[in-house]
Design a protein around this ligand. Sequence first.
Ligand SMILES: [Zn+2]
Length: 1053
Amino acid sequence: MTDVVVPAEVQVPPAKVITENLERPELDNRQYRVIKLENELEVLLVHDPDTDKASAAMDVYVGNYADSPDLPGQAHALEHMLFLGTEKYPVENDYSQYLSEHGGYSNAYTSSMDTNYYFEVSKDHLEGALDRFAQFFIAPLFREECLDRELRAVDSENKKNLQSDTWRIYQLAKTLSSHEHPFHKFSTGNLTTLKENPGKKGINVREEFMKFHERHYSANIMKLVVFGREPLDTLQSWVEKMFIGIKNKSIDRLVYPGQPLTDKELLTQVIAKPVMDTRSLELCFPYMPEDELYRCQPSRYLAHLIGHEGPGSILAYLKEKGWANALSAGGSPITTKAAFFEIDIKLTTDGLKHWKEVVKVVFQYITILRSQPPQEWILKELQQVAAIDFRFKQKDAASSFTSHMSSIMQRPYPREWLLSGTHLIREFNPEQITQAINHLTPKNFRLTIVSQVPPEGLGEMDQTEQWYGTEYRVDKISEEFLGELSSLFDKHAPVLSELHLPHPNEFIPSNFEVEKKEVKQPTKIPTLIKNTKFIRVWFKKDDTFWVPKAVVYVLIKNPLIYATPANSIKSRMYCLLVRDALNEYAYDAEISGLEYDLYSYGRGLLVEVAGYNHKLPILLEKVLSKMRDIEIREDRFNVLQERIMRGLKNWDFIQPYSQIFESRPPPFTEFIGKRSVIIPEGSHYIYPRVLKDPKNINNCIEYLLFVGRGWEKRSRALLNLFIQVTEEPAFDTLRTKEQLGYIVWTGRRSFANTYAYRVLVQSERTVAYLDSRIESFLENFKTVLDNMSDTDFQTHVKGLITKLTEKPKYLQQETGMIWGYIENEFYDFMRIEEQVAMLESLAKQDLIDFYNHYINPASTKRAKLAIHMVANTDNAGKSQVGPLPLAEQRSLSIQVIDKVLNQLSIKSDLDVLNSKFAQLDELTVDNTSGTLRSYLEGLEPALDKQKLNEAITTAEPFLKDLLKSAKGDARTEVPASNGDATKSTVESIVQKGQAGIDVLLNTLGVQGNTATTKRREGVVIEDVTSWKAGMELSSAPSPVKPLVLYEELNVKL
Ligand SMILES: [Zn+2]
């Protein structure tokens, strides 16, 4: 960690240019240059003259496969730590604050073999961001005081995934793989693997992280992408200066030999129980690595045929039988020496009963592939579609582009093909394809069935996966069944007549004409080219992207569709049936870049068709005529009905923060348009809900402060500005510092005709506690606003304007925006321009006035609604969530004390506090305040009596509140059912929690306003229907100007 940053004036050795000649899409006007610095860091520089965002990404070729066996989750936790301060920029949130102030953000991920870091920032601030970013890889501090907190963030991230079937089933596949292979590992990490266990073994976690960084973070295995408006030479000179400081340790790229599935794991059948009521069957074949086979990419040939959905395909056959709803197939790399080819089939209930037949159908189809040589015309089609897609590829968002490209650079493509390598298929190589097919045999696979109940005859699930708790069972596949498969697999065995290779694809476009003209300024407003009693047609010619593509939305308005729950379900059924009937037909269109969708919602039925112009009308016409002429088949109806019912049931088991979206007051539909409930000034409503999933330990709060109505431009601008100003501090306070939970969002929530400031937190802490922490954050924000300099204020205004005026990147995005203005029925196409003008006219005092009216908890004009999703911890009459571990209770208490003392200007000594708390076997209010007292009395120089008492009285209520939620007893007070007791208990928790914090804040003088100690009591909404019936409604949205002004009825297209 002692490498010195090279000062600017020192001559930096110039980088070597590798190439500037990258194969690229037709409309790509960027410039590219691949260079290598003297420390062997390879860099892709990208100059984009039009971008409004700059970005960079670094991919380090080390991931969780490299975790030490004593520290599962090590690479991932280390990734978290790098964000928190470097020698050059020691302040822990300096990086995120810099990005946030300049309209940007950052993120990172750790995968099996890579760790990938990236950020995005407004175009004029790349240099500052890049310098901060470079230091992660040069001199990170691994700040001791952040370690604990960050490990808790990792733990919370893991807890968020615990009830997710994707994570559970993936880990089960890993856990049931060879213990000799790194694929077997647990990658996320949690407090047990990263703190408690290493603690017991006397491992110093921080030191291990530093060693890992020292060992694996070397310039020669890193790939950097830098993307900005500046010329390539400027970007290069920055990179040379800033990144040369990364040490080159000339380490070898990590290679993991061996196979994750050995004889022991192959030919087994795994039955796994999902959280959701879903059913699927997966065949996993050990497969060959394809990194070097990028010219032909044989797995794409296989995936295309096995995953086909048109006539003759596996899926078409299974659907006809009523056995499956969906199928996907494809190769996935595991290491550079091993890969899988996976076939995943979503089964119906009947399909589960016939699972053996389903497996047989798959092998019969593979037999068809084996019994004839690879077909050149099929590969040619794939090649053609891939070439068209790449030719007209539109730009990705800045950071998705850099992050993706930096990981691509780790692969062995010729550097000229970095952009095109994954997309293009360059040759038909029948030997490679044959070799690929030869991996798919009945002697080389593992079968996994996911289902809540095991299929008949397979035995009960009798084991539990150690990291996620998934129940499962594993057996060898019976010799008898394997024998049946082998006989079907014989090249001469008769094959089901319904199965065959696909027909040539008629949807592949061949006309790419675009009528391009000179335009000075792209138009923002579409024109109304038809306006009658029955139909309105809006049109805008693409004048930005010049791609041979179109997007069409057709909204068939009908208020009956959502008028009753029965109608809404019937409409959904209808849409599903139409899509189901079109599936075989539309599949060819879909793989040729022509998609459609059909769904029902509050305003009617919406058809969306997007893709290449050439064949788009054919598809649109087919969709519309199928909507008119559909014949409803009873067998398909039954299959789809079952799927809808299952979907509704599964709703209760998804993440609490996603469930919130449904628990808001539903939109009020009337013929005249959508209206919203108005939350009146001075109100404070609480809407408590208990989660139905007894294993979900997370609570969630959505805290809403209603700010204005759809047409009030000024309050909307101020709200957006307030969100901009609070975004980073809210995250820093509620997530990073207070560690409430992994999911912390702030932002705007829009309803039909109103909008609100929202804070959403998902956490194991009680909702009352969360509510009080948000209140406290907002209260404290008064000081931040008062002290904000005018320069800072202007920086925020600029940052927000940058975000708002970000240009759409591709046609569908622009169409979506315009459609949004049409669909919301304000037709305010110039909304962004008006927002910008409004923002430029605002002064700091306007924001303070806004805060005092709408946000400040002391305001009598605030309109608050909090939705409380409470974990159902008492389902079986006992709490499923015990208290937080003692170590965590101690560490939280110490943090609170430290904070309190700091605010009283008493310097705390964490070592002494730690050792004092370590002596407590259980934390109670008495012994914690006793410990605090003895600590304070022992301080040198001695505190005066008054100060000492002040500190204890200040900390006590806070500790009380903290201990209460730490021990989880507050949670068990909430009854399991939505019973009558909910109101009083939730409310009493809110009151108790707030009381403690109010006392604290008032004593500290943070909020001198006594109004907060008499915080208005919230009104609990018990019956949401009658509550809504008693509320005032907004009017429906209306056009900002008369629609005739947009008419241009005789236009020639
Ligand atoms: Zn993470």
